[in-house]
Write a new protein. Structure first.
Length: 255
């Protein structure tokens, strides 16, 4: 199984190179943003918005937090492309020989999940370094809040990766794009269904202040309730693995 994990990591080598560039870019941009928000043009723009649009300091702070959350999401999103493993396996015809390996179906599928978890482990470790630097440079967001946002982003992307793996097994080789679309659609539908009231407040907001307040609710959830997303990420991974094994069994291990 160790060999399968190494093989899957090699399939993601391009993503690893891109990941390094994204991490460096995200660190530079986020540092520039927090310095500008403290001393530069962004700070001046925030003061103008408070004077002209009636926004409060808390509103400006929440907008800045939202931007920093996007910077934190980018590196994690880069390593969550589990579909690439299936695409490369399809090109190499690996499914034709995988069934002959001295490994059970459960072990072969588990290897893919361990690969994804390894990538997320690398990403989280790198993100901790980034948020440590940012928490020293700015008082907009504390380290604890940064950590909550980072963990929420990692949980969401791990849920996405788990769904992609299931749909890739379900649809088969050559239909990885449909697996990605299905995963995103299912996540959006579930998020709206579970929190429809907040989404209605966001999209039906009649002023900038109401929109900022709606964003504030989402930000606080990501910062303070990250353990909920983490729980659902673990649950989704477990259910995804069981369903994937069942699908592989239906296909007689040819995956």
């Amino acid at each position: 199984m160790k060999g399968l994990i190494i093989k899957d990591l090699m399939c993601l080598r391009k993503q690893l190179v891109i990941y390094l560039y994204v991490v460096v870019s995200a660190l530079i941009l986020s540092v520039m943003f927090v310095l500008s928000a403290k001393y530069g043009n962004i700070a001046l723009g925030g003061q103008e918005m408070m004077q002209e649009n009636g926004m409060t300091y808390t509103d400006i702070k929440n907008l800045s937090t939202w931007v920093l959350g996007i910077f934190l999401l980018l590196p994690i999103a880069t390593v969550s492309d589990a579909a690439t493993i299936f695409i490369e396996d399809g090109k190499a015809g690996f499914s034709m020989v995988s069934a002959s390996l001295p490994l059970s179906v459960k072990q072969r599928i588990l290897a893919k999940y361990l690969t994804v978890l390894t990538m997320f482990g690398i990403s989280v470790a790198t993100e901790i370094v980034i948020i440590t630097v940012l928490s020293v440079l700015t008082d907009i967001v504390s380290f604890t809040q940064f950590f909550g946002m980072m963990f929420s982003c990692a949980s969401l992307m791990s849920i996405y990766s788990a769904l992609v793996i299931v749909f890739c097994f379900l649809y088969g080789h050559g239909k990885e794009d449909f697996a990605i679309i299905s995963s995103v659609a299912l996540m959006v539908f579930t998020a709206v269904l579970c929190n429809i009231r907040s989404f209605k407040q966001l999209f039906l907001a009649q002023s900038d202040t109401q929109s900022v307040q709606a964003f504030d609710a989402f930000i606080k959830f990501f910062q303070q309730k990250f353990y909920i997303l983490f729980f659902f990420a673990i649950l989704t991974m477990a259910v995804s693995y069981v369903v994937s094994v069942w699908i592989a069994g239906r296909k007689r291990g040819v995956i």
